[in-house]
Write a protein that binds this ligand. Structure first.
Ligand code: ZN
Ligand code: ZN
Ligand code: ZN
Length: 378
């Protein structure tokens, strides 16, 4: 069903049937009568193929009780049947013609209910019209229901994340083996894109190259600045492979780092290591954030660590669970997320180290295996 271009374990048909069944059960648990899922990672997770999000409404209706229905524009029906393959048997397909009102069709499929959950990335034009059509039903976000399913990865999904992480490591080692001084951030960023693809990604999604004072901006966009001697460089790169994302950061330095930077980096590296070590089932996400944050704060850099410690990763680069002080939910086996503390000194420099970690019964497993040391480059 999925378009596997690599030698990976295919996702079995039974997996998607199971996901649909679990989505319905999760909806019932939350007192939701139906989930309305428009094209998005949630849609691909449940149905095994990606449909375009566009002005013609495509909507998967998963009722808490009964069979799911896929409402699709007539011209998208062949794509849907091809993408679904044998999963077609697990649902009803209702194709609508150009002059039909798809919102009315969804309303008819849903029936009279009290509570409907809509996919978080559903276009406002559909959400607002469904809200009016389904009145007096209450519309709520489907995000938490879907995240409860998607955040716990199966062994096959972890294999895919591992393969993506390995490809990102390879790209990171390739770029840090090249001389970077004298090149612009943009040139290096484009070069990383090539390395990401050469290492086995299907798509190169991002490559942050933040040099010198720009390294103090966590989400800096690579620009025309020429990298030079004495620069710290934060490299944060990722792509997708077989539908799953990679995301890793390493810090490089052009030439010998001054003692002040080496000291900062040693604190960061220890904080990142300790947070990875702290991962185990049952620990609240907030506590993992605190492990990194407390070490950085104790060393006097607390005010310079200006973001959360990490984010979940899977079919999206950023998804649940978030490793942040406000998330008191315990980690469970199968959660996959980044551990990426950073220290940013305005106007001077910055550093970040990021690994993808999976929570296993035995603790955290780092999927990125490249060294977290400071990469000294020319
Ligand atoms: Zn980020
Ligand atoms: Zn990153
Ligand atoms: Zn990240």
């Amino acid at each position: 069903m999925t378009n596997d271009v690599h030698d990976v374990t295919p996702v079995a048909l039974s997996t998607y049937r199971e996901r649909l069944r679990r989505a319905a059960a999760a909806a019932a648990d939350r007192g939701v009568d139906a989930l309305l899922i428009t094209p998005s990672p949630d849609y691909a997770y449940l149905l095994g193929y990606r449909a375009p999000a566009m002005e013609r409404l495509t909507c998967l209706v998963v009722p808490a009780e009964g069979e799911p229905t896929l409402v699709v524009p007539r011209l998208e029906e062949p794509l849907a049947r091809h993408g679904l393959g044998e999963l077609t048997d697990a649902l009803e397909i209702v194709a609508w013609d150009e002059t039909d009102d798809p919102v009315r069709i969804v309303q008819r499929v849903v029936g009279s209910v009290l509570r409907v959950a809509v996919q978080d990335q559903m276009w406002a034009r559909f959400a607002l019209r469904l809200n009016a059509a389904l009145d007096p039903a209450q519309l709520v976000e489907a995000g938490h229901t879907m995240a409860a399913l998607r955040s716990v990865k199966s062994p096959e999904e972890i294999d895919r994340l591992r393969a993506a992480a390995r490809a990102a490591d390879e790209a990171m080692l390739a770029i840090t083996a090249e001389p970077l001084g004298g090149r612009t951030e943009l040139e290096v960023s484009r070069r990383i894109g090539e390395h990401l693809l050469a290492a086995g990604h299907d798509t190169a999604e991002f490559s942050i190259v933040a040099s010198g004072p720009n390294a103090a901006s966590p989400h800096h966009h690579a620009g025309e600045r020429v990298i030079s001697e004495g620069d710290a460089i934060v490299l944060d790169i990722g792509g997708t492979r077989d539908g799953y994302c990679s995301d890793t950061s390493r810090t490089a330095f052009v030439g010998e780092p001054p003692a002040e930077f080496a000291a900062l980096f040693a604190v960061l590296r220890e904080a990142q290591r300790a947070a990875c070590e702290a991962v185990r089932p049952g620990i609240p996400a907030a506590d993992v954030d605190a492990v990194a944050r407390d070490l950085i704060t104790d060393a006097g850099y607390g005010g310079a660590f200006i973001h959360r410690t990490g984010h979940g990763i899977g079919m999206e680069t950023h998804e649940e669970p978030y490793i942040v002080a406000s998330n008191t939910e315990p980690l469970v086996e199968g959660h996959a997320f980044s551990i990426e503390p950073g220290i940013y000194i305005d106007g001077q420099w910055g550093a970040r180290i990021e690994d993808i970690v999976v929570c296993t019964a035995d603790g955290g497993e780092r999927l990125n295996t490249s060294s977290t040391e400071l990469y000294i480059v020319e």
